[in-house]
Design a protein around this ligand. Structure first.
Ligand SMILES: [Ca+2]
Length: 141
């Protein structure tokens, strides 16, 4: 959290395959807000033979002009994710042409995290090789 009491959040998504980061993408940064909405798509191309090893590692970050950007919270979606993250992934695989949305609570990395966050993630398996994701993030107390 910034001194103003707000934050400058953006979402960073890493495409992981067997623990290795293959690609990284991020959304735009929303300035001075605790209630960001993104409505942005992030697309990854994944070879079909790797589908079972894929995880998306998602981090909500606070952009800071000075110093390091802070991690607000993280979650995982994918085959190796726990509970909701894996269920969400499996549901997407079962309905490849339908965008599937779920709220994900973020695990808070920082001791004094600025806000309890849930992230709504919509994932979409397109064809067999394209992954499309939309983000909307909202605070919930
Ligand atoms: Ca900031």
């Amino acid at each position: 959290m910034d001194i103003t009491g707000a934050s400058d959040p953006y979402v960073k998504v890493s495409l992981m395959c067997e623990g290795r980061r293959l690609k990284k993408r991020k959304t735009s940064t929303k300035r001075n807000t605790l209630n960001p909405v993104y409505n942005e798509a992030i697309v990854f191309d994944v070879p079909p033979e790797n589908i079972d090893q894929i995880n998306l590692s998602i981090a909500v970050m606070d952009y800071d002009r000075v110093g390091h950007n802070e991690v607000i919270g993280v979650c995982q979606v994918g085959n190796d994710a726990e509970s909701l993250g894996r269920d969400h992934w499996n549901e997407m695989l079962s309905y490849p042409r339908k965008p599937i949305a779920h709220w994900h609570p973020l695990a808070e990395v920082r001791l004094f995290s600025c806000f309890p966050v849930t992230l709504i993630i919509k994932i979409f398996l397109y064809g067999i090789t394209n992954w499309m994701k939309f983000y909307k993030q909202n605070t919930k107390s």
